[in-house]
Design a protein around this ligand. Structure first.
Ligand SMILES: [Mn+2]
Length: 388
């Protein structure tokens, strides 16, 4: 069996105020040709199908066209819900669409129940874990009392799955888990375009919790990540943040043979409009010939001039029509990236105060009068300190 693992389609998301619907429709439109070319049997969408719980009619139209084309290309589809989706809305037609090979698994009550699809070697059991909010699933019979975290709920969901998978392995069954959650170790590949599951704290699942099945298709992180040979994030099919600039977009092609995982390969999806993150003086951004290549790209421009420009966006758009973000970061502020302790090490009190003024005034040094006043105040303070 050959599986295409995708996730985080986020249909309906905006990018710096622009609709991404035409771009995601184009990218998802490439799935059907990939299915034909690679002989894909099953397509997985591991959560965050939509960007919101209440998507627009246009967003539904993109999803409908995508799923219709996948089914027409001859693959089955297994979809689960992410934290952005409404499980009820996304899953409502699941009992009927399953008859057509479209499995919408979004109900926490069905955790542990497999969607079984046969190949020439026998059954493959797909266990989907929609995003499991601890407070909303603690009444489910498969949870232990007092579940509080992603670690707790995914651990509890996995225990019966692991037992069933082990028992059915003897009968020739292979098993795949689909989960929308944050697994520890994926941090380096993560991006700011996914909101954290728990604000103000890291709530992650140790990778070992997912042991015992042949492949784990993860969703939630927007960059691809490999946590183990058979435990991976595919990432989003479209760039949804400048933090993802240069990162590949696509999915994992997963092969199962009679014994389990036989191989994993990456397949690229097209990038309709690449991202460019440019930092230079304002003049440099507008005139350096090297940037001409970014004319049709999404551009995030940071200009390093000392003073702020009036309406920089409109000026930059004369050169970069798709400039989506402008930041002002005076070059002196590179100094700010060092810690305070590093910056003051070995300096006199006079130097520390002078540097502070330079920093808060975008590079303007203290004048002679100011230097004299500072010296007086510091001397006075020192004398007072010695007396007490
Ligand atoms: Mn998510």
């Amino acid at each position: 069996m050959r599986i295409l693992h995708t996730s985080d389609w986020h249909i309906g998301r905006t990018f710096h105020g622009y609709s991404t619907l035409p771009a995601i429709a184009e990218v998802l439109g490439e799935l059907a040709p990939i299915i034909g070319e690679h002989g894909i049997d099953v397509v997985i969408a591991a959560g965050d199908v939509f960007d919101t719980a209440n998507p627009s009619g246009e967003a539904y139209r993109v999803l409908q066209a995508t799923l219709e084309a996948i089914l027409a290309a001859g693959a089955k589809v297994i979809v689960t819900s992410g934290n952005h989706d409404s499980p009820r809305r996304l899953g409502f037609a699941g009992p009927f669409t399953a008859l057509a090979g479209l499995h919408l698994v979004t109900d926490p009550a069905t955790v542990g129940r497999a969607v079984t699809i046969d190949d020439e070697h026998g059954p493959v059991d797909f266990y989907a874990l929609p995003y499991l909010e601890p407070a909303l699933v603690r009444a489910e019979p498969w949870t232990r009392p007092g579940v509080r975290s992603q670690h707790d709920v995914v651990r509890d969901a996995m225990e019966p799955i692991r037992d069933t998978a082990a028992a059915r392995r003897d009968a020739g069954a292979r098993s795949v888990v689909i989960a929308h959650t944050f697994v520890a170790g994926a941090e380096s590949e993560s991006s700011d375009s996914e909101r954290p599951i728990v604000a103000g704290g890291v709530d992650s699942v140790p990778v070992g919790v997912l042991d015992g099945v042949d492949y784990v298709a993860l969703g939630h992180i927007h960059g691809r990540a490999t946590l183990a040979e058979g435990v991976r994030y595919s990432g989003a099919p479209l760039h949804y943040s400048f933090k993802e600039a240069g990162k590949p977009r696509g999915g994992w092609v997963v092969d199962l043979d009679a014994h389990g995982l036989a191989g994993v390969a990456w397949v690229d999806l097209p990038v309709p409009r690449p991202l460019a993150v440019l930092t230079d003086t304002f003049e440099g951004l507008l005139t350096d010939p090297a940037y001409q290549t970014h004319h049709d790209h999404w551009v995030s421009a940071t200009y390093t001039d000392r003073s702020r420009r009036i309406d920089p966006m409109n000026q930059l758009r004369t050169r970069f029509p798709w400039c989506a973000e402008v930041r002002h970061q005076p070059s002196e502020s590179a100094e700010q990236s060092r810690s305070v302790a590093q910056r003051v090490r070995g300096l006199t009190d006079e130097q520390i105060v002078a540097n502070f003024l330079v920093e808060v005034r975008n590079g303007e040094n203290p004048g002679a009068d100011e230097t004299m006043i500072m010296a007086e105040v510091i001397a006075e303070h020192r004398a007072r300190g010695q007396r007490s």
